[in-house]
Design a binder for this molecule. Structure first.
Ligand SMILES: Nc1ncnc2c1ncn2[C@@H]1O[C@H](COP(=O)(O)OP(=O)(O)OP(=O)(O)O)[C@@H](O)[C@H]1O
Ligand SMILES: [Mg+2]
Length: 270
């Protein structure tokens, strides 16, 4: 049975999209079959797959609003693998969807029908806990969570753990597969602190909040700051889909491959 994993953090700009795209790319490179789901109305990951949903074209919005007869009607096959694209119409329609609880289950029910066709279903989410994110949480087996060095400056890490705890109340089967540092640049003072202290800080917050000791663990892999991550967005979904020296030697590409392997291990154990 394929695993459904959402990449989540309510904070903006921490690397949810970059990480979900590159982890999906790494898993494909490892020979796994992957369905990508863009549950973010900003649709940035959809654009990297070369897709833009026009008026009248079926999308994730139709699934949320009325359900679709055949899930494959909203799955697009691309040379980078399959994707359920995001739809910008969600920016205006999202609030309206909130009122009907059964709509929250439609993504879950749809993915349940096709999960055996894939090894992994990776969901990119948006930076808040509105309808799209909650739908993704209901539909997922668990989450992986990018954080950045900036979290160590304030109480950011505690906020993110509290929010993950809340997600487990929404979906009791939801596992927190792990937390990883993205965009690590050791020349930044905050990042040095984060790199050295992540495990310890997480442990102390877990104790304070009474969280399950076996979850909310930091992954060993850190994703280093690397301009190629940003450059890749204009060319393809992931660093694994582009050839050329700059991309082949990318530090982040090596990091994402190591992280994908760690995720596979965590998911199998979970
Ligand atoms: N490891 C990295 N090295 C360099 N740049 C990075 C790295 N990770 C992310 N970025 C850049 O940081 C910016 C924010 O990343 P991204 O869009 O993935 O974050 P996000 O959490 O999805 O944001 P949002 O909350 O708005 O959806 C992007 O311009 C991205 O290219
Ligand atoms: Mg994003």
């Amino acid at each position: 049975m394929g695993k459904i994993i959402c990449v989540t953090n309510q904070k903006g700009g921490v690397g949810k999209t970059s990480s979900s795209l590159n982890i999906a790319g790494a898993l494909r490179t490892m020979g796994r079959s992957v369905l990508f789901v863009d549950a973010d109305p900003q649709c940035s990951s959809t654009l990297t797959y070369g897709i833009s949903i026009g008026e009248g074209e079926e999308s994730i919005y139709d699934l949320y609003e009325s359900g679709v007869e055949d899930v494959y009607d909203i799955i697009y096959e691309t040379s980078f693998g399959d994707i359920i694209p995001g739809d910008k119409i969600m920016k205006e329609k999202e609030t309206g969807l909130n009122g009907d609880p059964k709509k929250l289950y439609r993504l879950k029910n749809a993915l349940a029908k096709i999960r055996d066709d894939y090894d992994y279903i990776i969901i990119d989410t948006n930076p808040n806990t509105n309808f799209s994110t909650l739908s993704a949480v209901m539909a997922s087996d668990g989450a992986i969570v990018p954080v950045t060095g900036g979290y160590f400056a304030q109480d950011g890490l505690e906020d993110v753990l509290k929010s993950l705890k809340g997600m487990k109340e929404v979906n009791p089967n939801f596992k927190i597969y792990g937390i990883f540092i993205n965009n690590l640049d050791k020349r930044r003072a905050g990042d040095n602190l984060a790199d050295d202290g992540l495990a310890e800080k997480i442990e102390s917050i877990k104790e304070e909040l009474g969280l399950d000791k076996d979850e909310y663990k930091p992954f060993k892999t850190r994703i280093r700051t690397d301009q190629s991550v940003e450059n890749a967005h204009r060319l393809a979904p992931s660093l694994f889909d582009i050839t050329g020296k700059a991309f082949n030697q990318s530090k982040a590409k090596a990091d994402f491959m190591a992280l994908a392997k760690e995720i596979e291990k965590a998911v199998k154990e979970g």
